[in-house]
Ligand binder design. Sequence first.
Ligand code: ATP
Ligand code: MN
Ligand code: MN
Length: 366
Amino acid sequence: LFQWDYELMFSVPSYACQRRTTLENHNAVLTDALSLLAENAELSDQEGRGVAFRRAAAVLKALPGPVTGLTQLRGLPCLGEHSLRVIKDILENGASDEVESTRQSEHFKALKVLTGIFGVGPKTAERWIREGIHSLIQLRESGHTLNRAQQAGLLHYDDLNRPVTRAEADAITEVVVRAVVAVAPGAEVTLTGGFRRGKLTGHDVDFLITHPEEGREEGLMSKVVSWLRSQGFLLYEKTTRNSYLESTEGPARPASNMDRFERCLTIFKLDEDQRPGSEETKLWRAVRVDLVVSPISQFAFALLGWTGSKLFERELRRWAGHEKAMSLSSHALYDNNQSRYHRATSEEEIFAHLGLEFVPPSERNA
Ligand code: ATP
Ligand code: MN
Ligand code: MN
């Protein structure tokens, strides 16, 4: 009997970076519910709660089959009292009252609509909601002055809230490669983010650009962006300068998970094939695209840091800090015991330095 019981139970390691999480999710109903609570917490300035729900959802995503009873979850990591209650409600009643009432709440719905505008974060959304603004129409009528990003976000709202397909990501990759080849032959473009993990759709398309000769990446971003702009591919762009070298903090210890590469947040204008018989007259759509430039010496760290998922990244840094006394960022890996940096020219080497089995991008979907 013990043996039988035991075989029904699941077992997973505590850190998401020790696990292989593919896109095949056997517990989507449960993980959708926990992700909704995570999202609500994150939008309500409760980051800690958000992470707890994200970790719980990630554990369920890593299971080899569907959960049918609570006893199967005994001994699993990261399943707090609150998450277990939600799971229990869904297993027993088919739904969780807390999840459903959150989903239906005017406050949550307004936060979703307003933060769905590119350039609007939870703080701004919350301020507007307190003024009674719950919809795009109310926002337009409020007379609030919007910054350039928000104006573009509002203008392209529908496009930017429509998932980007793999085919669209490929079309944009072609454009970015053309731009990079035109301004810096020899420079290399790598698709990162969710599409590198094999996702079929995304909220944006992420690219990492580098040059095999150290230093040759300098000035690359402005040239690439100028080319794209001159060819009419950009509806919006904002470049943030790399401040890595100017920083007074240790390089591997950024204030947050924000890195200091030169990056450009853009909105691309992507030509669309007209569907036969379509009534549509608009021949293009807007797509969010992130461009990041990294020197070749930091490329492996940048690639690992920009491939995600966000939780996988967070767990890698937590593993590094708590289990190995190391600080991992998208720039470097610092060993606090040996007081030195670990070099790496591939993701595999970084996992090895961290004492982790290599997890390929397609299995980082935590
Ligand atoms: P989606 O399909 O929704 O775009 P995604 O996994 O690609 O999913 P992104 O928000 O595009 O999500 O982020 C991609 C990766 O880039 C993540 O691993 C994230 O950690 C990293 N990232 C995003 N923004 C920053 C930032 N400001 N600083 C450092 N890393 C970032
Ligand atoms: Mn992305
Ligand atoms: Mn992105």
